[in-house]
Design a protein around this ligand. Structure first.
Ligand SMILES: Nc1ncnc2c1ncn2[C@@H]1O[C@H](COP(=O)(O)OP(=O)(O)OP(=O)(O)O)[C@@H](O)[C@H]1O
Ligand SMILES: [Mg+2]
Length: 360
């Protein structure tokens, strides 16, 4: 067993449960699907891998679970390098992308399955009852999977994964097959469950709203790399690249160049004018960059010095989502009132709610 050389706490001070260093997965001669990633998972935290289809999320989860062997790099859990340890000898459980309950076993037997394989699992019936209680499926023990709705099956899959009290629970898009209402409901339940049990979750999704609602930390991925590891607020307000800003959705990206850098303030020159906003520390004068505007970074205001033509207005409940255009640049913003489509309106950019990030 090798010694752990990784740090013992995250930047935020929470103790680290799992850390990955230089993790690579390559299939044959193709470019690696996981291209050397480093990340830490804090104890008791909800950590989410967020990224587009094919970016390597499931592959990372499978390496943590022991179902796939890394081509290079190390995974350390609780100070122990996992190496070649098989899945059943890792204090980790997985809820897979398509929930696979055993169709010929009852709910009770599905949940009890991993315990019946172990010596000294204790009072199995009591443990199964507690697990089913936790996912609000008490009383369903005698049913079979085919007699449950999709959401109920999903909850049983979660109960089955948590019954053995793993240190770490891996969940691969567990809610993707469900309708919006059921998904929202189960999101709340999962988050509650995670808090109550104090188990660390590593959760995979390509849905940014889901990631924002659940996570303490989001690891934003693309093309086998982690582009940013931060809280949801930071990923949203201070995206580390244009890709991150764009993937999170709802952003307007205005291309330009850095024309000035001061502590905490970056000045960017664009076709719409020059703007001052917080910016990525790595940006220097003359570098290509993007001004990231969120729906609340642009406001309709009489003294605004940007003239924009209103193209579309959509009612979104609390107000309107407006799409306008200035100098060929589309601008998306939120407004309490509905401006008239085709009219020209004055807009102002709120520098404090904008961000200057890397062009690519
Ligand atoms: N056994 C394999 N052999 C070859 N390539 C593979 C294998 N498994 C996965 N890949 C490739 O690795 C890449 C990453 O796959 P992965 O399943 O990790 O993506 P993902 O981020 O989970 O995507 P999704 O959101 O669609 O589930 C994909 O391009 C996929 O085709
Ligand atoms: Mg996947």
């Amino acid at each position: 067993m090798s010694l752990d050389t990784s740090p013992r706490a995250t930047a935020g001070g929470a103790p680290i449960l799992l850390s990955a260093r230089g993790l690579v997965k390559r299939y044959g001669a193709h470019p690696p699907v996981v291209a050397g990633v480093d990340f830490d998972v804090a104890e008791r935290a909800f950590t989410t891998l967020l990224g587009p289809s094919g970016c390597g999320k499931t592959t990372i989860l499978r390496m943590i679970g022991g179902f796939e062997r890394p081509s290079a790099g190390t995974l350390t859990l609780d100070g122990v390098v996992l190496g070649d340890r098989p899945p059943e000898r890792r204090p980790v459980n997985t809820v897979f992308q398509s929930y696979a309950l055993f169709p010929h076993l009852s709910v009770h037997d599905n949940v009890a399955f991993s315990l019946t394989l172990r010596q000294g699992a204790g009072d199995i019936a009591a443990k199964v009852r507690r697990a089913l209680d936790a996912v609000h499926m008490a009383g369903f023990g005698d049913r079979f999977p085919a007699q449950l709705s999709g959401g109920q099956q999903q909850r049983v899959a979660v109960a089955r994964a948590m019954v053995a009290e793993p240190r770490l629970l891996l969940l691969d898009e567990p809610l993707s097959a469900l309708d919006r209402t059921m998904r929202a409901h189960l999101q709340t339940e999962l988050k509650d469950l995670q808090r109550r049990l104090g188990i660390a979750f590593v959760y995979v999704t390509h849905d940014q709203e889901e990631a924002f609602g659940l996570s303490d930390t989001i690891l934003v991925m693309n093309g086998g790399r982690i582009l940013q590891a931060d809280t949801p607020e930071t990923v949203y307000r201070r995206p580390a690249s244009s890709f991150v800003a764009g993937f999170i959705g709802g952003a307007t990206l205005v291309p330009g160049h850095v024309v000035g850098v001061a502590p905490d303030r970056t000045t960017i020159g664009t076709a719409l004018g020059t703007f001052v906003a917080p910016g990525l520390p790595a940006l220097g004068e003359g570098m290509p960059a993007s001004l990231v505007l969120r729906p609340d970074s642009i406001v309709l205001r009489d003294d605004g010095d940007l003239r924009a033509a209103v193209r579309h207005v959509t009612f979104i409940g609390q107000g309107y989502a407006v799409e306008a255009e200035a100098q060929g640049q589309a601008l998306r913003f939120a407004s309490a009132e509905s401006p008239r489509v085709g009219s020209t309106v004055p807009l102002a950019i709120v520098g404090d709610r904008a961000y200057v990030t890397a062009a690519a």
